[in-house]
Design a protein around this ligand. Sequence first.
Ligand SMILES: *[C@@H]1O[C@H](CO)[C@@H](O)[C@H](O)[C@H]1NC(C)=O
Ligand SMILES: *[C@@H]1O[C@H](CO)[C@@H](O)[C@H](O)[C@H]1NC(C)=O
Length: 258
Amino acid sequence: MSFAMLRIISFFSLLHLCLSTPPRGYLELRLKSAFPLNATVEIADDIYFPTNKRVWNVPLVPDEVKVLSNIPVQFHRPGIVLVNSGPLEKFGLDFETIRSERWNTQTMTIMPERIHLPFTGFRIDFMCFRNWHGPYCDKFCNENNAALINRRCTHNGTLGCPYNFRGPNCKKPITDCHCENDGFCVSEFKNPTDSVDKLICECPVGFEGDRCEKEQYEYAMPLSVDMHGNKRSEKKWMLLKQFFARSMVANELYDNSF
Ligand SMILES: *[C@@H]1O[C@H](CO)[C@@H](O)[C@H](O)[C@H]1NC(C)=O
Ligand SMILES: *[C@@H]1O[C@H](CO)[C@@H](O)[C@H](O)[C@H]1NC(C)=O
């Protein structure tokens, strides 16, 4: 290996060291297929200088949910998830990919209402490790200690009353909520020893600001699906076109309670 090459590599690993904090949250990916597949899943941090790339072979059998869990990821940064179905000969499919577009990694769930066969279920959840809070899992608050004094941890990492209550003893119901865009009103004590709380808004994905009034700039529709076949074989290509035309199905892992 040449000297110049070495220098480039060490520059990027240095850059990586400077930019990354220890992961404070993880990703969980669920897949379901209507056919036996030799699928692979690739996950990396960042999209411009992909680092920490990990690849899994995920054999799928019909109607069984496969779960990849506890995969540490960097929050507040873009990430890559690439699912490759592997071949499905009888429909002329060489492989299909489900690829993440740009997103801002935060606590969220990605599950389209409909997906393309051969997959019948697809879902990604981003979650914080225990005691880390907020959309980017960067606010620390010990939940056991909070519960001991009848408090919960807010998205700011501060203490607040249990959901739906406020006041010095957390006895007053919350009635006067002024959060926008389905933000949820919670109480917060600025300091752990305060007895006077105020109401703050915990925002759904896509919104931020004190009243959840601002749309998050970085959030984008996150998934694209591509099917790949062999154009040189007319028979296979026809099969794939027919397959594609009928391939949109309901996502069995879609959960409409969200
Ligand atoms: C998966 O790979 C194994 C080993 O290469 C092969 O025997 C099997 O037929 C493949 N299954 C599918 C569904 O492609
Ligand atoms: C907690 O977050 C809200 C916005 O959701 C903000 O208005 C409030 O000032 C924050 N509290 C502290 C103590 O930083």
